[in-house]
Design a protein around this ligand. Structure first.
Ligand code: PEP
Ligand code: MG
Length: 548
């Protein structure tokens, strides 16, 4: 058996023969000459047809799937794209070639903006293929509809395709590109399809090959042994059943409380979280509400959005994070343009320190929204690096009668967590960034995903240090990065002394269920074993053995 390793993003096991997306349309060799005006006109018509088709499919979908389809349709109508096509036609290219060149130009701009903009490049390329197929009479690209349960493998999936997937026939998804925040991940999670991304070697696997995808460990097993496949499927189904029957509150089997919370980004997400047994929201990523806002929303506009989340959660606690703009989440009204290294630039709370008004208006909006809230409202700042920053932030939050905390995502903050905790009432560890900065490895890089793996013992050691500081100060220490979405790692984090785990609401119940199966002493033993390991894989194995 050959085992390929990627990043597991949606837990579960799926097996079946590999299917791959239909071939992309090609630019014909014999394209007729066309005037720039007529070419632009034909491009517009084709793009409009593509946009309408995507919108039509959106009406048959729901939630993030529908949002992805609508967002892709909007991009197809982008005026900038038409302008680029006209310019390419003007320089003498024929229509198909001009379309390809224009999309490449726009993709370059998106890539150099980085982060979420860069992730939209696959949307753009999907639009290119659909428009090209429409212009040249070739079949529309997309996912074949298999008649038996199959595993969909691709370099990356076009969002418009993932949005229309049928979980009855697509048992699992594996991609060689993509990351934890890519559209493939978001949609697969919504559809509950086991998914592995960033899996190298996958491109060489032929259609029809039998594979097993393990969305928990990130493994793609070629020609799996049937007995092993059966055992893993049974174990995954048992874990899924335990997650479905988990009713909270979060605790180990011997009653040590660890709050199980949800990560949300808007009112709709908070409503989905509220329909589960999570005890509240551990991370409300406010910047994601404003990704397409050209200018800063007013205090009233912001308050209305925050209120939607607070209302949805009722009496349950909500931790609101102030804007984490910059790097992988640029906001037009906040981020500094042209930083040479945005991940190490003026991002997160640094923007609020640079422009205090931006921070104050957001805190005013949060305070206004919190006035009528039935549950506790805690507020935390992202990307805090020093004790002084924590003190600065805490004072502003307390002035508004809110409960201040900070995220621990920079190693300097982890090292001095005891001092930071003198100023704030809680901390929450952002393991996504803490691993990126501790291991000096870009969190978006598939090539470096072994370094940003949250099982890296160095990351676990820092988490343990922060948890000890919290225990000494008598203050809560949560984890709200992707590490908290892994049931096994959740037990390890609890063993390290973390007091809450916050993950996507689709992942949180499985974490609560795993925790409920083990005593605190077992979790502590697993933590000790993982800390002593030399690599993420052996840390996982050691923790599994300790919890067996
Ligand atoms: C993190 O860094 O772990 C985190 C939760 O913040 P984000 O993923 O939004 O950067
Ligand atoms: Mg972060």
């Amino acid at each position: 058996m050959t085992i390929l390793q990627g990043t597991g993003v949606v837990p579960g096991i799926g097996t079946g023969p590999v299917v791959r997306p239909m071939a992309r349309p090609v630019v014909p060799d014999d394209e007729p000459e066309i005037s720039p005006e007529e070419g632009a006109e034909r491009f517009n018509t084709a793009a409009e047809t593509v946009a309408r088709r995507l919108e039509q499919r959106a009406t048959n979908a729901s939630g993030p799937a529908a949002e992805v389809l609508v967002a892709t349709a909007t991009l197809a109508r982008d005026r900038g794209l038409v302008g680029l096509v006209s310019a390419q036609l003007g320089s003498g290219l024929r229509l198909g070639a001009a379309t390809v060149a224009a999309v490449e130009q726009l993709s370059d701009m998106f890539r150099s903006a980085g982060g979420l903009m860069a992730e939209r490049v696959s949307d753009l390329q999907d639009i290119r293929d659909r428009v090209l197929a429409e212009l040249t009479g070739q079949p529309e690209p997309g996912i074949p509809t298999p008649d038996t349960a199959s595993v969909l493998c691709a370099d990356d999936l076009a969002p418009a395709d993932t949005a229309g997937l049928d979980p009855t026939f697509i048992a699992a998804i594996a991609t060689s590109l993509g990351g934890v925040t890519s559209h493939t991940t978001i949609i697969a999670r919504q559809l509950g399809i086991p998914c592995v991304v960033g899996c190298s070697g996958l491109d060489d696997v032929e259609s029809g090959t039998d594979v097993l995808v393990d969305g928990t460990t990130g493994e793609v097993v070629l020609d799996p042994d049937p007995q092993m496949a059966k055992e893993r499927t049974v174990a995954a189904e048992a874990a899924a059943e335990a997650a479905r029957s988990w009713t909270g509150p979060g605790a180990t089997s011997d009653g040590h409380a660890v709050d199980i919370l949800a990560n949300v980004q808007d009112g709709a997400g908070a409503q989905r979280a509220a329909s589960t047994h999570v005890q509240g929201v551990g991370l409300f990523r406010t910047e994601l509400c404003f990704l397409s806002s050209a200018s800063e929303p007013t205090i009233e506009e912001q308050a209305a959005i925050y209120r939607e989340v607070l209302d949805a959660m009722g009496e349950r606690k909500v931790v609101i994070r102030t804007l984490d703009a910059g790097s992988d989440k640029p906001l037009a009204f906040a981020t500094l343009p042209d930083e040479p290294n945005p991940a190490l630039g003026v991002r997160g709370m640094r923007l609020g320190i640079r422009d205090e008004g931006l921070m104050d208006r957001q805190l005013d909006a949060i305070a206004a929204a919190a006035e009528a809230a039935a549950g506790d409202v805690w507020v935390m700042a992202p990307m805090v690096a020093t004790e002084q920053e924590a003190e600065w932030f805490a004072a502003r939050v307390r002035q508004r009668d809110l409960t201040p905390g900070v995220m621990i995502e920079v190693p300097s903050a982890a090292l001095l967590a005891d001092r930071i905790l003198r100023h704030v009432d809680f901390v929450s560890i952002g393991t996504n960034d803490l691993s990126q900065y501790t291991l000096a490895a870009d969190r978006m890089s598939a090539d470096l995903s072994h370094l940003t793996d949250p099982w890296q013992p160095a990351l676990l050691a820092l988490v343990g240090q922060v948890a000890r500081a919290g225990r000494d100060a008598g203050k809560p220490v949560g984890v709200c990065g992707e590490a908290a979405a892994d049931p096994l790692l959740g037990c390890v984090l609890a063993g390290l002394g973390v007091t809450s785990l916050s993950a996507a609401s689709t992942a949180a119940p499985a974490v609560g269920a795993a925790l409920a199966e083990h005593t605190l002493a077992e979790c502590e033993a697993a933590a000790e074993a993982a800390l002593a390991a030399t690599a993420p894989s052996s840390a996982r194995e050691a923790a599994t053995a300790a919890l067996a």
